[in-house]
Design a binder for this molecule. Structure first.
Ligand code: ZN
Length: 177
């Protein structure tokens, strides 16, 4: 089987190890190149990446083909505090079922369309789209009724909330890089 070059993935520090083609969908096995991780409790660097933990997450399409990443989020044991933890990856949040860049593109698409159509175009369910954009509700203005007499102001509120959501994801990428 031919290899898929790591450059196609365009995630710095992440290597494509292998791939499979399942009914036209690409599943890329990916792993971080780093050999160390930082303990979230005591901030000490640990080199004991002792257990592999693979899981699937949706990523942006490549040439119109649906892409899933089979990600190895390695488990570590901190030598300082003795507690186990999972390594932090800069392109996906813990327990997320999609990469940050895929979630960001979903948010952008919903702004210019609606949840049902975005679901259809991306081969997702309505619930999955809603789940991906649900953290825009961190902006309180979206969950409480507010008095508004200015035309289109509500659209601007929505755009601002979506922008803040995407900014937060970008900030996470910078922090963990
Ligand atoms: Zn520790």
């Amino acid at each position: 089987m031919q290899r898929i070059p790591t450059e196609i993935l365009n995630l710095p520090g992440i290597e494509v190890e292998d791939y499979t083609d399942v009914a036209g969908q690409l599943i890329l096995n990916v792993e971080a190149r780093t050999t160390a991780a930082i303990c979230p409790r005591c901030q000490q660097t640990s080199h004991h990446l002792h257990q592999n933990h693979w899981y699937l997450a949706r990523d942006s399409s490549i040439s119109g083909r649906t892409v899933f990443l089979k990600i190895n989020r390695r488990q570590c044991k901190c030598q300082t505090c003795g507690k186990p933890f999972s390594e932090t990856l800069n392109f996906i949040g813990n327990r997320c079922k999609q990469t940050d860049r895929f979630a960001q593109s979903t948010v952008q698409q919903v702004l210019h369309s609606d949840i049902h159509n975005v679901a259809l175009v991306n081969d997702l369910t309505d619930e999955e789209v809603w789940y991906q954009i649900s953290s825009i509700k961190r902006c309180n203005i979206l969950v409480h009724p507010f008095r508004n007499r200015t035309e289109y102001f509500v659209d601007e509120v929505m755009e601002t909330a979506c922008g803040l959501h995407n900014f937060r994801l970008t900030h996470r990428q910078l922090k963990a890089a």
